[in-house]
Design a binder for this molecule. Structure first.
Ligand SMILES: [Zn+2]
Length: 388
C-alpha cells in the first residue's frame, strides 16, 4: 500500500519519493511510489494533476491493494530512482474547498431539512450533492447555505485523524464509515464529524463561501448543484462581468437589467402587433392589384407572406367573385391555398388533393377552400393545371 502523504498534510504540494515499480492501470503504463502526495480519484473527488520527475501527471488512480498509480505523459522514471513530485496546487485547493464545503453543506442540510446525503460528485465543472428528501424548499436550502457561510466566516479549524476504535465509538459521526479498519475521520470543529479519506481545507475560511446554484428532483430525492472556494469566486466574477456588459448595453444599473428586458419585451410585442397590421394593410392593397390581373375569373400569385396573410388576401379576392391560387413561403416547400366563392365553381378540395399528390406534395380541403404544400419547383405546373 502506498503511503498517503496527503492524509497527513493536505497543503503538501512538493514531495520526494522512491519509484517502487512500473505497473499499468487499465492498459496504460503507471508509476508506483513508496509514498505520494498525489490524491487519486476517489469518493467523488477528482484526481490531482501535477509533475513527477519532470513529467506531466494527467491521472492518478488507486487499485484494490491500495497502490496508487500515477499516469504520466511521455515516459517514466527508473525503478529505484528518487524523484520529486509537484502537485498542481491551484487545482488541489479548488478540490479541497469544494470537498470541505460539501461536508458542511451535507451537515447543514441535514439540520435544516432532515435530508441525508446519498452521494456527491465534485466534477471538472459541476459539483453536486444528492440528498434523500424530494420536497426540499428553497428556504431550507438558503438556511443551510447561510449556516455554511457563517462557519466560513468563523474560520474554524478542520482536522483529520485516525481515532482508536474506542474514540471512534464516542464520536457523533454524520454517517457510517465505508471501510472496516484504519478509519479516517474529518472534523469541522464543533460542527461536523464524518469518516472521509479525501483532502480538505485546514480551516473553513479556505472554503471562501458556498452557494447552491440550483436544485432539482433526482432519483426520488433532490440534487443540489453548488459552488465553493476559488471556483465560486471565478464563476461569480464571470457572471458579474456578463451582467455588467448587459447593463452597459441597456444603459442601466446591473440590478435594473431585468426591468430593461421587460421593457424591451413590451416594445417587441407592440412592434410585432403594428408590423402585423401593416402587413395586412399591404396584403389588402396587393389584393386590389391582383383583381385587375384576373383572367376568366381566376387569379394566381406567389407571395412572400405567411399562410394567414395569404388567407386574408384570398378572402378579399373571393369576395369579388374570383377563384384564386396563392403560393406562399420562402423555403424549398411552398404553402398553397386554393379558394373560390361558395356558391359555384370547381371542386378546389379535389383539385388540390389530386394535383399536389401528382406533384410530390399534399393537401386537400372542402369544395370551396383547400390548403396544402408542394415542392417549390412544382409551382409552375400547379399553376398551369389551375389555369387549365
Ligand atoms: Zn471529505
Amino acid at each position: 500500500m502506498t503511503q498517503r502523504l496527503y492524509w497527513e498534510d493536505a497543503l503538501l504540494f512538493e514531495f520526494e519519493a522512491r519509484v517502487e515499480a512500473l505497473a499499468s492501470w487499465q492498459g496504460s503504463p503507471s508509476v508506483i511510489l513508496d509514498r505520494t502526495a498525489f490524491y487519486p480519484e476517489a469518493g467523488g473527488q477528482m484526481a490531482d494533476h501535477g509533475q513527477l520527475a519532470g513529467l506531466m501527471v494527467h491521472d492518478v488512480q488507486v487499485d484494490e491493494q491500495g497502490r496508487i498509480h500515477h499516469l504520466l505523459e511521455g515516459g517514466a522514471p527508473e525503478v529505484g530512482a528518487r524523484v520529486m513530485g509537484q502537485i498542481d496546487a491551484q487545482r488541489r485547493r479548488e478540490h479541497m474547498a469544494l470537498h470541505t464545503g460539501q461536508h458542511m453543506l451535507s451537515h447543514a442540510i441535514l439540520d435544516a431539512a432532515r435530508a441525508s446525503t446519498v452521494s456527491s460528485r465534485l466534477g471538472e465543472r459541476v459539483s453536486t450533492l444528492d440528498v434523500d428528501v424530494a420536497e426540499l424548499s428553497r428556504d431550507a436550502i438558503d438556511e443551510a447555505v447561510a449556516r455554511v457561510n457563517a462557519l466560513v466566516d468563523e474560520d474554524r479549524p478542520v482536522r483529520a485523524s485516525f481515532p482508536s476504535p474506542e474514540v471512534l465509538a464516542s464520536l457523533p459521526l454524520r454517517r457510517k464509515p465505508k471501510v472496516q479498519d484504519g478509519i479516517r475521520v474529518v472534523e469541522v470543529e464543533g460542527f461536523d464529524v464524518t469518516p472521509c479519506g479525501g483532502t480538505h481545507a485546514t480551516h473553513t475560511s479556505q472554503v471562501q463561501g458556498l452557494f447552491v446554484l440550483s436544485h432539482a428532483r433526482y432519483k426520488g430525492g433532490t440534487r443540489l448543484t453548488f459552488l465553493a472556494g476559488p471556483r465560486l469566486r471565478r464563476v461569480f466574477v464571470e457572471r458579474a462581468l456578463a451582467l455588467d456588459t448587459l447593463a452597459t448595453r441597456f444603459t442601466c444599473a446591473p440590478e435594473d437589467v431585468d426591468k430593461a428586458v421587460d421593457n424591451l419585451d413590451a416594445e417587441l410585442k407592440q412592434t410585432r402587433a403594428s408590423l402585423g397590421a401593416a402587413r395586412l394593410e399591404l396584403a389588402s392593397s396587393y389584393a386590389d392589384t391582383l383583381v385587375s390581373e384576373a383572367v376568366d375569373g381566376r387569379v394566381t400569385a406567389e407571395l412572400d407572406l405567411s399562410i394567414g396573410e395569404a388567407r386574408a388576401i384570398s378572402r378579399k379576392l373571393v369576395a369579388q367573385g374570383l377563384t384564386v391560387l396563392l403560393a406562399c413561403g420562402a423555403g424549398e416547400r411552398l404553402g398553397v391555398l386554393v379558394s373560390r366563392p361558395e356558391a359555384e365553381g370547381m371542386d378546389v378540395g379535389r383539385f388540390l388533393r389530386e394535383s399536389a399528390k401528382a406533384l410530390g406534395g399534399g393537401g386537400g380541403g372542402r369544395p370551396h377552400h383547400a390548403e396544402g404544400s408542394i415542392p417549390r419547383a412544382a409551382y409552375a405546373q400547379l399553376r398551369e393545371r389551375f389555369l387549365g
